[in-house]
Design a protein around this ligand. Structure first.
Ligand SMILES: O=C(O)CCC(=O)C(=O)O
Ligand SMILES: [Fe+2]
Length: 241
């Protein structure tokens, strides 16, 4: 990015909650530094679980991120209760505290106080809906500063409830696309450490990706010294039986 682009990008002005496009709410700095540290520490514990961080293959090529999951296993063929390539291990469960964070995220992101055009519900209606939000799968990605993620849709879930995404560590350029194509129109926004983004409704199946990580941009007190974690909470709508 040139200096001029940096000066005039949307984010240079605005670290307030905002609707990026209908259904996509960005709440900068939503996680406290303490919560960010907590999440970073969990990665170490989760990584020692039955499914160690690994780079799934997409069309035979390893992704540049390292991934582990909670609740369900993910690979390019979709979600499964057990991990074929890891001795059929079952992932660790989604902890209750993370479900609660997901509910709070949905409630706050879609609060009418932020002026989003979707879902056009009252505060009370949003609270009732958010109270039922029960994510049963979490994908946790670690990006080295050189890692990226190509444009894709999150569509392995049957449920169309929103995706809740938390970021910790270096800032990412996050590409908010459209539901039809991997190409334009899209908008690039910065997801910094502690940012929350929620995408649902008309944007639940938008294409999105991470074209770039901005190295050495994590806050000084962030326990992630290099690179970035992102975790996405989702409801699968699938039954394990
Ligand atoms: O790292 C991000 O912000 C996005 C991750 C993502 O799109 C995914 O895990 O499906
Ligand atoms: Fe995604």
């Amino acid at each position: 990015m040139t200096e001029t682009e940096g000066l005039f990008s949307d984010d240079a002005f605005d670290r307030e909650p905002r609707e990026v496009v209908p259904g996509v709410m960005h709440l900068p700095g939503w996680l406290t530094p303490r919560s960010q540290s907590w999440l970073a520490r969990q990665w170490d514990d989760w990584g020692r679980g039955p499914i160690p961080p690994h780079s799934p293959l997409i069309n035979g090529h390893p992704m540049s991120v390292r991934l582990t999951t909670l609740g369900w296993h993910w690979d390019s063929s979709g979600l499964a209760p057990r991990a074929r390539h890891f001795d059929d291990a079952a992932p660790l469960p989604v902890p209750d505290w993370l479900v609660r964070w997901g509910r709070k995220a949905v409630q706050e992101a879609y609060s009418p106080s932020h002026g989003g055009s979707w879902p056009a519900l009252s505060e009370k209606e949003v609270a009732a809906w958010a109270g039922d939000y029960t994510p049963d799968v979490v994908l946790i990605n670690y990006y080295e500063p050189t890692a990226r993620m190509g444009m894709h849709q999150d569509k392995d879930e049957r449920s169309s409830e929103p995706v809740v995404s938390f970021s910790v560590g270096d800032t990412a350029i996050f590409r908010v696309g459209n539901p039809q194509t991997k190409s334009k129109p899209y908008r690039d926004i910065r997801l910094a450490s502690g940012d929350l983004i929620v995408f649902g409704g008309p944007s639940r199946y938008m294409f999105h990706g991470v074209p770039r990580i901005l190295p050495n941009t994590a806050p000084a007190d962030c326990p992630v010294r290099s690179g970035r974690f992102n975790m996405t909470l989702r409801m699968t709508g699938w039954d394990k039986q």
